[in-house]
Design a protein around this ligand. Sequence first.
Ligand code: 13P
Ligand code: SF4
Length: 396
Amino acid sequence: MTQSDSRPSPLPLLVLGRGTDLHTERGVECPGDLPAPSDPGLVERARAAKAALGDQVFVLGHHYQRDEVIEFADVTGDSFKLAKDAAARPDAPYIVFCGVHFMAESADILTSDEQTVILPDLAAGCSMADMAAIRQVEDAWDDLVEAGVADRTIPVTYMNSSAAIKAFTGRHGGTICTSSNARTALTWALDQAGEGGKVLFLPDQHLGRNTYVRDLGGELDGCVVFDPHKPMGGLTRQELEDATMILWRGHCSVHGRFSLAAVEQARREIPDVKVIVHPECQHEVVEAADEVGSTEKIIKTIAAAPAGTKWVVGTELNLVRRLAAQFPEQQISFLEKNVCYCSTMNRIDLPHLVWTLESLVAGRVVNPIRVDPDVAHHARVALDQMLALPGETHRD
Ligand code: 13P
Ligand code: SF4
């Protein structure tokens, strides 16, 4: 497609920067005035709007957000903590979610009908969540039925997924998990599945594999990867029969780029270094690391370490930079030279936050996230199952 060709993209991709084709720039168009990033008064405008709104608004900030946005967050956290924080504020009519679309959907599902969840830029999606479409997941389930294994399979779906897939999970007796509680969720699901039972883990193959092998002591060859673009996932009936973990072929485009070579290089170049990575990284990276955990665990581990500890961190760059600034007594480096910010998390910037808050002050609700009530009902079943998991519900 050339620059002048303005046909809508036939692909469900977010193609940015063309200007000529607004259909491909979902969420880029903001009704009203989006302030210029260069406006020197932005910080003051955000402060004034937030003060004018008072308790009417509650701002949530995921750890991967830019500093300029985190500054205005009432709470920060990983996806699990923010879901709980949203549910714990029934008094706030407006929840501004500075994170990505699936997080705002989950907040909408967990909050009351009287509350409105707002995503400052609708283009803040998640490439991993987009790797599993509900139609594909339903087709995959039909394949499992045909292979005779569906009645022994429990879906475990990572928070990083659409509300429709969370609803699918609720309908099929499964649970949602986050990187904080994946071990508990998987233990519960395998127990539910019974003798010879299986888990269909969606959509992040790495979190599923890492949790099964590293946390539960499972065998790597107990895992198969289901490719939604191939008939029967590219697997034979026997492979499905023999597997314990059926991993959806999805990954994070940020964490998937951290490499074993970078871990080895860090160990060569920094004596006594400790490597800490997010469980969305590839299995070989996780195996080579000293510590593995959610964003919340990464922060707590570094905060608790003695001064002078040398860290190499494999997670999103906004968070790693903030850690380096917050803990100057520790030596903190980024694991890989060629990995940068999560581009969709970075869609939420100060101009979009100011636009959102000032619109609320003017009585206009922009970018509300409203999940269809039937979808929300079934997704809530799976989210509530996560919140009711036995034992520790919030494991870092
Ligand atoms: P957390 O569950 O650690 O917040 O991670 C969410 C996410 O999107 C990681 O890429
Ligand atoms: Fe999605 Fe990866 Fe960005 Fe997290 S870091 S929001 S999983 S693309």
